[in-house]
Write a protein that binds this ligand. Sequence first.
Ligand SMILES: [Zn+2]
Length: 301
Amino acid sequence: MAEGQIRIGAISLCFTHIRTPEGQRILASARHQRIRPLCSCAQSSPPLYVRKTGFLSVARMPGTRQLHSSLCPFSKEYLSDLDAHDLLVNESGAPAMRGGLFAGPCALQELWKAAELHIWRSSFKHRSWALIRRRLLAALVDIKTTIASTANERIFIPEPFNDATPESATIALRQFLEGCSMVDTRGYVIAPVKAVYLEQSVPVLVLRHLPRTRILVRELPPPPALHCMAILRVFAFDGKVYGSDVEYLAVTEDSWLPTASGQHALRVLELAAAGANFQIDLPFINEGGACTPLKSTVGQI
Ligand SMILES: [Zn+2]
């Protein structure tokens, strides 16, 4: 059985080729001729359908999850609505599909540095989310204009939650996702983590300032012992939001300085309380495609 392939009549198409011009041509033809693609993961050839969301992709037919092999992306309960291309890209972590700011791991660390959020001066009191958000947005503009980016991506950073208009953040996110799908653009959300829990064995992430949006993710993140920022790619289908490629950055409370451990956070907070000016050299390196924390250093400035 060929895994990661679909069959359309006599043609076999690899999941990873779905978004190539050839793959799109094959799917367009199948759609036109009303040929149902079949998944090659199991003897029973589970049926799929061609879906158009800016580009053509394939999706699982309702009620057919059990027909797929347990190794097949379409057997994943909570990812039923994602197209095979996205599933495979995310499973293999194919870096070629990530671009621009998010070309590699440690995107948040790099963004923090670009926004100079790793620097603390004695004149600072605490930093609010509104200020952090402004600095991140400004840094993103700078980054976009200084790197030669062909990346097709948009970033959503929620405004501070407002009790008077509790639905406004959810509406803004929905509009953002609709905008992304209309122009076939990858959408990312950056926000602090509010809660993580399992719902029928599916990890769910709730972000601060988006408290009414449940984001279904692939894997349970590490327990956020510290305050934690998250950056994730988001997809919305049928009112549900799905997230993938989640990266986290631990930050200190109120000062939002990057930190590697609870002990390190305590030292940083002590320095801030003592009125020191300092910067934190980001304690991470890119190693084999993963973001690895190193012994962090704090330098007086
Ligand atoms: Zn399958």
